[in-house]
Design a protein around this ligand. Structure first.
Ligand SMILES: Nc1ncnc2c1ncn2[C@@H]1O[C@H](COP(=O)(O)OP(=O)(O)OP(=O)(O)O)[C@@H](O)[C@H]1O
Ligand SMILES: [Mg+2]
Length: 473
């Protein structure tokens, strides 16, 4: 867990060096609260620390109805290289048909043969150690109606609860409890899915923390209780039917696992895991629908999905202003996204049907924007580390130069004190050596500056390319 020691990027050599130094210095010191040895060999804590944002794509299989109507599969997954190919059927103006092939790369690409369990182990389980290290983790599913968001998200809390409860049963977490709540955002309003769809308000407390007022929280000690809560929440959710899904979710559903410490009523949250099953991304585009209710739902969903994208983009580029107020969804997620220990997994769900190709491409482009920015973020932090190194080298150069000046003055002093021809020769030889040392130091610094400027140039060029939207091919 490098972050706890101030290393947020494995390329950051200075931070790594400081860590090595501090390990030597603190061998006799007591370990930090969250790094107790009995947990180090717990399987959940052995998983690698997840990146700040991880984007994965999941393709669902063609269903019988789609096969019967002759819909073809346009998606090819190459899991080994985390690449997804979309073979988009197209038509030229002269009506001849052709296929346009699009290539997308993500952190993970899961084909139809990957089941919920495997997805959990690869993508979600690493988040468990995050929440036990006082972090906030968020996992959300994005995609068009019928693409498999609810199918993917619904089993995840159950799998996660098994792991969370197993860690909570260790003596290290005595007094910490799992508290589960669930609500939906429908038409910009919040409804408690564990308490008779009670309407909920969002407020900011004195410490500028967002609170969902009146939300019911249930203490969960075993998985069966959670199973009942998940079923209850699913039954309370607003659903309708779409062409692609008879049981279509018309809202964003949010399930929160809060780890609370102590016994007093307002126990502090020490870790948080949030699961979000978003409403279908195509709803915003349903402008041709005559039903006023559906149109209003669509507009609201569209607004929140755009706001979500803007927030993730802003977060990833470490922007000063993050537009959380853009929607209710982003407002309630503000606390989960903030802070160095925040981790997000985005699952982009896609349908393989040729008839869904346009929506699939939209989903992948949405996901790709998030991914592109994550790569850029790593480059920018490498640039900042290089800048730190250059400044440190410059400081060192100044110190060395001052030492050189002192040596030169001493040399002159020796010459003024003597005056014999031999001494002049020795003086000239020593001065030559000193000047060569100075020239070598200047050349080394010059080389560093040149390399740094080249790095700035390439990073800026890549930044400009990403900004011009060249995410997909
Ligand atoms: N990976 C999968 N394997 C098998 N069946 C799947 C898979 N993903 C989805 N399905 C099936 O496809 C149908 C639609 O899935 P789901 O309800 O999860 O869609 P959704 O993305 O939540 O849609 P909506 O936005 O309309 O709520 C369901 O019947 C579900 O069981
Ligand atoms: Mg759904």
């Amino acid at each position: 867990d490098y972050e706890k020691y101030g290393v947020y990027d494995m390329q950051d050599k200075q931070a790594l060096f400081r860590l090595i130094q501090s390990i030597g210095a603190s061998e006799s010191a007591t370990p930090p609260l969250d790094d107790r040895s009995s947990l180090d060999c717990h399987p959940i804590f052995m998983a690698p620390d997840p990146p700040k944002i991880r984007v994965i794509v999941r393709k669902r299989p063609l269903n019988r109805k789609e096969e019967e109507r002759g819909d073809s599969d346009v998606l090819e997954c190459d899991c080994a290289t985390s690449t997804l190919y979309v073979n988009e059927p197209k038509q030229k103006v002269d009506l001849t048909k052709f296929t346009e092939r699009h290539t997308f790369r993500f952190d993970d690409v899961f084909g139809e043969d990957v089941d919920n369990d495997a997805l959990y182990c690869t993508a979600i389980q690493p988040l468990i150690s995050t929440i036990f290290r006082r972090g906030k983790a968020t996992c959300f599913a994005y995609g068009q109606t019928g693409s498999g968001k609810t199918y993917t998200m619904q089993p995840l809390p159950l799998r996660a609860a098994v792991d969370v409860l197993s860690v909570l049963s260790t003596p290290d977490f005595h007094g910490v409890g799992l508290h589960v709540s669930c609500y939906e955002i429908y038409g910009g309003k919040l409804f408690d899915l564990l308490n008779a769809r009670n309407k909920l308000e969002v407020r900011e407390d004195g410490k500028r923390r967002v609170q969902v007022v009146g939300l019911r929280e249930v203490d969960v000690h075993d998985v069966d209780v959670l199973q009942q809560l998940v079923e209850h929440a699913a039954a309370s959710r607003s659903t309708g039917s779409t062409g692609a899904n008879d049981e279509s979710s018309r809202s964003h559903s949010i399930m929160v696992f809060a780890l609370r410490n102590g016994n007093e009523p307002k126990r502090p949250v020490v870790g948080k895991l949030t699961f979000i099953d978003l409403a279908g991304s195509e709803r915003g585009a349903d402008t041709y629908d005559n039903d006023k209710q559906t149109r209003l739902e669509g507009a609201e969903i569209n607004k929140s999905l755009l706001a979500l994208k803007e927030c993730i983009r802003a977060l990833d580029s470490d922007a000063r202003h993050i537009p959380f107020r853009g929607s209710k969804l982003t407002e309630v997620l503000r606390d989960s996204f903030m802070g160095k220990a925040a981790r997000t997994v985005m699952i982009a769900n896609v349908s393989p049907c040729s008839s869904s190709c346009e929506h699939t491409l939209n989903t992948l482009r949405y996901a790709d924007r998030v991914k592109a920015d994550a790569a850029l973020d790593a480059e920018l932090s490498a640039l900042m580390a290089a800048e730190d190194e250059l400044v440190a080298a410059h400081r060192q150069h100044i110190e060395d130069s001052m030492a050189h000046v002192r040596e030169e003055m001493a040399l002159l002093g020796e010459l003024d004190g003597g005056g014999a021809a031999g001494d002049v020769e020795a003086y000239a030889a020593e001065l030559t050596g000193l000047l060569a040392e100075k020239a070598a130091a200047v050349a080394a610094l010059q080389l560093r500056v040149t390399q740094f400027r080249r790095l700035v140039q390439t990073t800026l060029e890549r930044h400009a390319r990403a900004g011009s939207g060249a995410g997909q091919q």
